[in-house]
Every structure is written in C-alpha cells, then in structure tokens.
Design a protein around this ligand. Structure first.
Ligand SMILES: *Cc1c(COP(=O)(O)O)cnc(C)c1O
Length: 393
C-alpha cells in the first residue's frame, strides 16, 4: 500500500465524511465533461462495460448472475428489487436494525405485499438462530431481506450467518449492500443470494444518479410480470437492455461516464480488497484518535464496519452538536448527524476519496472544536455506555 497522500478535493471544498454522496476524485468529476446520446453506440458500449465490470467484482458466480442498472438513488433500487423479485403472493422477512431496514419495511407497505418485520432496534444485529426460528414457524415467508452494512449505525451485519439459515430453510435471500459493495467481499453465489443492490455513489466512489441490481439469471427470468411499477421493473429494464443495449428511459449519461472512471480507480487500487483495506485503515486511524479525546463508539470492535462509525456525543453540557458541526465544517470536514433514538450521537464516514492522513486531521479538528466549546473530555454519558453494554451481552 502506497503512503502518498490522496489529493485534496478540488477548489478547497470540504471533505464529505458522509456515506454518499461522498468525496470523489477530480478524474471522476472530469469524466462528466462531455455529452452522450443515449441511443448512440458509444453510450451503449459504456452501459455494456458497466454491467460487465460490476459482475467482474462478484467472483466465481459471475456467469450465473446479471447486472441491471436502474435510474435513481439507492432506495429506488431497493424498491425495484423487492417489487421485481418478490411475487405479489410472496412474503418477505425484513431484518431491521436501523433506518434502512425500516425503510425496506415501509417499501413493502407501499408495495402492498406481505412481510414480517424483525425489528432489532437501533443497532442490535439480527442473528442466524432467531431468523431460523422465524422461518421454521412461518412457512409463508418466501424471501429474507438483510442489510449488509446498516449505514445508520455503521454495523456490519452477519450476512453469512443469515444466508446459511435462509438457504437451509429453502428461502430466497435479498441483500441491500448499498454501502458495502465494492469495499467488502460479497460473493452472491457462495451465499446462495437471489439478488443484491448497490449504487453508484457509495464504495465505488462515483456520483449519485443510478444504482444496480445483481441478480441470479434464473430468478431474473422468473421475475417477468411481478413488478408493481413501470419504471422500477428490473425484468423489463433487463429485457430492453439485452435487446437494444439501451436504458428504457433517459439514462444518467454523465453519471455512467463518471462511474466507469471510478471503476478504473477501483481496479487500480486493488479492487474490493484494496478499497476495503484503505477504508479499514481510515477507521483504524480515526477510532483510536477519537478515543484519545474521550469519544466512544456505539459499536464494539466486532461489529464496527470500515464504512461509517457512530460516536456518542460527549456528556459535557458545554457540548453542542450544531456548534461542533460548524467547527468541523470550518476546518474542511462535513460530518453526519446520528440516527439513534435513545442517545445522542454523530457519525463519521470512512468512505470516499480520502486516506488515513485525512482521518488524523479529522481527529485534530475534533480536538480543536472541543477546545472551542470548552469541552475538556468527550466522554459519553453513562446511559450511552449502558446502551453499548446491551450489544455486548
Ligand atoms: C445509502 C443507502 C441506501 C439508499 O439511500 P438513498 O438515500 O436512496 O441513496 C439504502 N440502504 C443503505 C444501507 C444505504 O446505505
């Protein structure tokens, strides 16, 4: 691994320490300085390349799977996956431990399709044994949906464990790998996964505008007629793309161009392993430096993803999140408010065009921000530490 610092964002813009949109390279932004005709051969070739190169990232199962891009943000893709691969008479077990799990459940409500919610609260992981018990007790369940990295807390959910019990019970597995794909290994064939979704603006480090489904070809073939929505019908999108090489409706041409450039950088960095190693080093630089200031993470090391880290807000009454946010922004870092319901927290993303040198400066900026507010120690309140103990139990 090279230790040459990555270039800072152009024009002195702040780093986005957020889980997408995130800080992209200059090359990714420059890739958009051209206009493409959506039906033109050049753009059709770009779409073909995009689909092939995503499949190159999934390992030995690539020939059994296909990649179908769909316009929109990540949530459009989750809805497209649920609406296209869960038949109208299917039933989904939605495993939730945060905002994205709850959003998937809300999507099922909109779809008007049957589901059961296992709601673990803000961050407790769904475990294999409890999923197996629900599947044994409820034969109507056809699919299980798991969030790979639940970005609201940053927890890395035990996807292998859940895949194993889902397979053993003969049900189909759907994965929201939005914030993990590209940085954490995901082998759909080994997991026996029907489909997973991700988007252009997370770990591949492209810009927002489309996402993609990676789906097993037999499950895709069986999906005809399932969709509730014209624009989110993955089968129809695939069918037209196969036949004409085109997207059904106006494609985000510039975003596709940026994504291809982002994929080049991803490959040059060593693919999923290289990208994951940089993010892990970001986390492993950030967390000890923040702990040295008194901050504590919500999650124990075992569950801490290299994607985003949740820290408790300090107990000191002089700490004010808005002031902290502004002080961080003044130093070039946009952080992210927390999403926990029980205790106050904030999040710092480890993904995007930044390295451990930047993470060191993030902790230095946090120290300065605390000093500005007159906060001597960033130690969290006792209630936060009790909350953390629940996870260890
Ligand atoms: C980002 C993300 C999504 C999609 O959110 P959008 O706001 O629609 O981009 C879905 N699931 C997870 C886990 C995510 O991190």
């Amino acid at each position: 691994m090279t230790d040459t610092p990555l270039p800072a964002p152009s024009g002195g813009e702040p780093y986005l320490l957020t889980p997408g949109p995130l800080t992209t390279s200059r090359a990714v932004k420059e890739a958009m300085l051209c206009d493409w005709g959506s039906w033109d051969g050049d753009f059709r070739a770009m779409t073909r390349t995009l689909r092939t190169r995503v499949l190159d990232l999934i390992g030995p199962g690539r020939n059994d799977y296909d990649c179908v891009p769909v316009q929109g943000s990540g949530s459009f893709l989750v809805e497209a996956m649920l609406g296209s691969f869960v038949p109208p008479d299917g039933k989904v077990l939605v495993l939730s431990n945060g905002a994205y799990g709850l959003r998937a459940a809300q999507t099922m409500r909109y779809l008007g399709r049957d589901f059961r919610l296992l709601d673990k609260g803000d961050y407790l992981p769904p475990r294999g044994a409890e999923v197996a018990a629900i599947l044994a007790e409820d034969p109507a369940i056809t699919h299980v949906l798991v969030i790979h990295c639940e970005t609201s807390s940053g927890i890395l959910n035990p996807v292998e464990e859940i895949a194993e019990v889902t397979r053993a019970a003969g049900r189909k597995l759907l994965i929201d790998s939005m914030s993990a794909f590209g940085a954490l290994p995901l082998d759909p064939q080994a997991l026996g996964c029907t489909a997973f979704v991700s988007s252009a603006n997370k770990c591949i480090e492209g810009v927002p505008g489309f996402g993609f489904v990676v789906v097993r070809k037999d499950d895709l073939a069986a999906a005809k007629g399932n969709a509730h929505s014209l624009v989110l019908d993955v089968y129809a999108q695939w069918e037209v793309m196969e036949k004409t090489g085109q997207w059904r409706f106006t494609p985000p041409t510039h975003v596709v161009a940026a994504f291809l450039t982002a994929l080049d950088a991803h490959a040059a960095e060593g693919g999923v392993a290289g990208r994951g190693a940089r993010y892990a080093r970001n986390r492993d630089t950030l967390v000890p430096a923040m702990r040295a200031l008194g901050f504590e993470t919500l999650l124990a090391e075992r569950w801490l993803s290299p994607i985003i880290v949740t820290f408790f807000c300090p107990a000191d009454p002089k700490f004010d999140f808005t002031r902290f946010y502004d002080a961080m922004k003044a130093r070039g870092f946009i952080i992210y408010p927390g999403k926990l319901t029980v205790v106050d927290s904030f999040r710092i993303g480890c993904i995007g065009q930044m390295d451990h040198h930047v993470m060191t400066r993030v902790a230095e900026a946090a120290a300065e921000a605390l000093a500005e507010m007159g906060v001597a120690s960033a130690a969290p309140p006792a209630t936060a530490l009790e909350e953390k103990k629940r996870l260890a139990a």
